[in-house]
Design a binder for this molecule. Sequence first.
Ligand code: KIV
Ligand code: ZN
Length: 510
Amino acid sequence: MSDRIIIFDTTLRDGEQSPGASMNTAEKLRLAVQLEKLGVDVIEAGFPAASEGDFEAVSRIAGKITHAEVAGLARASKADIDRAWGSVQHAAKPRIHTFIATSEIHMKHKLAMNREEVLSATLEAVRYAKSLTDNVEFSAEDGSRSDWDFLCKVFEAAIEAGATTVNLPDTVGYAVPNEFSEMVRYVRDHVPNIGKAILSVHCHNDLGLATANTLAAIQAGARQAEVTVNGIGERAGNTSLEEVVMAINTRPKYLPMSTGINTELICPSSRLVSMISGIIVQPNKAVVGANAFAHEAGIHQDGMLKNPMTYEIMKPENVGLISTKLVLGKHSGRHALRARLQDMGYDLSDEELNLVFDTFKELADKKKQIVDEDLEVIVTEGILRTPDIFKLEYLHVTSGNTVLPMASVKLSVHNRSVQGADYGNGPIDATFNTIAQLTGTESELLRFTVSALTGGTDAQGEVTVRLKENGLIALGRGSDADIITASAKAYINGLNRLEYLKENPVRAVV
Ligand code: KIV
Ligand code: ZN
């Protein structure tokens, strides 16, 4: 059996199903390019039947990606499979990923189908997908809670019908490692034609076991791991790419396998996902958290100085934490900026480059050194975002310990300037009150977080907000050298994303 683990990344599909994490097409394209650079083997670009926006995004990604396979998800129905194929067929390496639930609880309460019906739907769907492409993946949703023999029958039928990958998902994050590895072994021993397909696993993290379950499955013979960057995804998320890859790299004795991942791009990719999705990485997150390589205790620091391997099992530079990036400053020209952006994966038109260059110069006047994180923000905020309905034109805030905080704001709303002022408990409250008034929105602020984008007192402040309006949730992000301006930008970005969600409803399908 090959010792190469196929990394199937579903950040753009399952990851995007994280509450509030909707991404627009330009953002998805940027992420897809980064995932390809990172070295993933398969990019699951979306669920084309879910919405027009999803279809378009998958289609654009399929047209752009050259090395990785591009997969579109489809329920086991002809209509879904046609949508998926319509969006990926022009990819260099297209894949159709079709699925149906196989657990008793899903079959009875969700599908209202019996075993025979699910079995024949599987056969029909895979056969149809196979008539369109050779590269077909079949997933047995809620596989880990399915009857083992029935699951084996379904996998056998799927492979018989032409599936080249069969995927065993722990959809609700219920499995524990020894159970899951036993199940993988059972499938390998009881599906007679399993040798004709790659066995894959897809785990969710409801019990914090997604990585452990995935590794246990790999040890038992699974050869494809479905993962997301930063482990983002439905509810508690999916298996995190960086954890699986670094466990394989760090413990070869127990995991004598390899992946195609360029580990030095792990941290930059993690930052990009966090910035685009708006989902902050918890500081103690393995591999990519801000504290993952921070040593606080004196005794640890002493050991680290004597030999880093006393307390460090991975080298920070191996996951791209130590920056070897070219630093730009206020004397850097357009040419250097374009070259750096191209290196980062951005191919900008002259007009876009001009826009980025102007913002770059403004920032370089306030901040001595401009690093990749700064450029990433400039491009994300200036180029990638959906054309905004609400734009900040002007912000003035008075605050202090002797005055009532007040904000005056000028916004463009549907290309018309409006202005107003309001008070608040603090400068940010005053700013948000004024913006809410001017936009006529009534969102609830569920979360507000501030962090620094890079080190140093001149670092850009990064603000993330989570907003809720009429049952819709959106995250907003904003950065600026001034923290109140960053907050205003984040709030306005959240409101724009809410508007986008109102206009681009996604059908809840999985
Ligand atoms: O969690 C799950 O079961 C899924 C499938 C569609 C693979 O995401
Ligand atoms: Zn899933």
